[in-house]
Write a new protein. Structure first.
Length: 266
C-alpha cells in the first residue's frame, strides 16, 4: 500500500485482492468490462486503486450478494449517486423472483413431506401406493403447467399458512356436511344443500388469483386433472380423511355440482 503526495492511500491489485477477498483474476475481469477500473497507473504501468475504487468494489460485491448480474450492477453504478430508480427497480424484480422461488420451494417441500408421511405411517410401506402418489404428481404437473403452478404458489404465499390451514378446515367441514346430506338423501334443491353449495363457491372464490383469465385456466386445469386422475386423486384424498370412504368423494363432488346447477339456474 502506498500514499500519494496528499497522503491518500493507493492499493496495488494484489493488495486490493487481499484486502477485499476478491481474486486478482476477478479484478482483471471487472476492469475489462469497465466495472471497477483502476483509477491510476504508475510510470511503469502498474495499477493503483484509490479509495473511491475500493468503495466501488465493495458496492459491486454487495450488489452481487443481492443476486444482481454484473450488467445490472454496471447500470446501477453508472447512474448518479442520488438516483436510486434503477436500483429500486432491479431489487423489486429480484424480490419478486425470490418470493416465487420461496413459494415453489414451499410447494415442493409439502409434496415431499406428504410422501415421507406415507412412508413413515405405514408399517409395511406399500410400493404401489408410493408409485401411485408419484404418478399423481406427474399428472398434476401435466395439467398445471409451470406458469399455473407459479400462480398457485404466489397465491398461497399471499394468503399465508394460517389462512391456508383455515381454508382446509372449512373445506373439510363443508365436505363432511355435504356427505351427510347426500347420505341422508336430501334433494339438491333443499335450502341446506344450497347453503353448503354457496359456502363452497365462496371458499373457492377466496382462493382465486386476481386475473380472471388465469382463474379460468386454473379451473380448466383442475377439470382436466379430475378427468385424468379422478380415481387416484379421490383415493389419495380419502386416505388422508378417516371418515371419508373411497367411493364417497366422487359422489359428493357430483352431488355438489348438481346442487350448483340448480343454484345457477334459479
Amino acid at each position: 500500500m502506498t500514499r500519494n503526495d496528499d497522503g491518500e492511500r493507493r492499493w496495488s491489485i494484489g493488495e486490493l485482492a487481499k484486502a477485499t477477498g476478491v481474486t486478482i483474476r476477478t479484478l482483471y475481469h471487472y476492469e475489462e468490462i469497465g466495472l471497477v477500473p483502476a483509477s491510476e497507473r504508475t510510470a511503469s504501468g502498474h495499477r493503483r486503486y484509490t479509495g473511491a475504487d475500493l468503495r466501488r468494489l465493495y458496492r459491486v460485491r454487495a450488489l452481487r450478494g443481492l443476486g444482481l448480474t454484473l450488467e445490472e450492477i454496471g447500470r446501477v453504478l453508472g447512474r448518479s449517486a442520488d438516483d436510486v430508480t434503477a436500483l429500486r427497480a432491479l431489487l423489486g424484480a429480484q424480490l419478486a423472483e425470490l418470493d416465487l422461488q420461496a413459494a415453489r420451494i414451499a410447494q415442493l417441500r409439502e409434496r415431499i413431506g406428504g410422501l415421507v408421511e406415507v412412508l413413515d405411517h405405514a408399517v409395511m410401506p406399500d410400493p404401489e401406493r408410493v408409485m401411485a402418489a408419484l404418478e399423481l404428481h406427474s399428472v398434476y404437473e401435466t395439467c398445471f403447467d409451470q406458469e399455473l403452478r407459479d400462480h398457485l404458489a404466489r397465491r398461497r404465499a399471499e394468503l399465508g399458512q394460517v389462512r391456508m390451514d383455515d381454508y382446509r378446515t372449512e373445506w373439510l367441514a363443508l365436505l363432511r356436511e355435504a356427505r351427510r346430506l347426500m347420505l341422508a338423501g336430501t334433494p339438491v334443491d333443499d335450502p341446506l344443500v344450497q347453503e353448503v353449495t354457496r359456502r363452497w363457491a365462496d371458499l373457492a372464490a377466496g382462493l382465486q388469483v386476481g386475473d380472471q383469465a388465469v382463474n379460468e385456466q386454473l379451473t380448466n386445469a383442475g377439470m382436466a386433472l379430475w378427468r385424468r386422475a379422478g380415481p387416484q386423486l379421490s383415493a389419495e384424498i380419502s386416505r388422508q380423511i378417516e371418515w371419508l370412504e373411497d367411493d364417497d368423494l366422487p359422489a359428493v363432488i357430483d352431488y355438489l355440482q348438481r346442487a350448483r346447477q340448480v343454484r345457477e339456474s334459479g
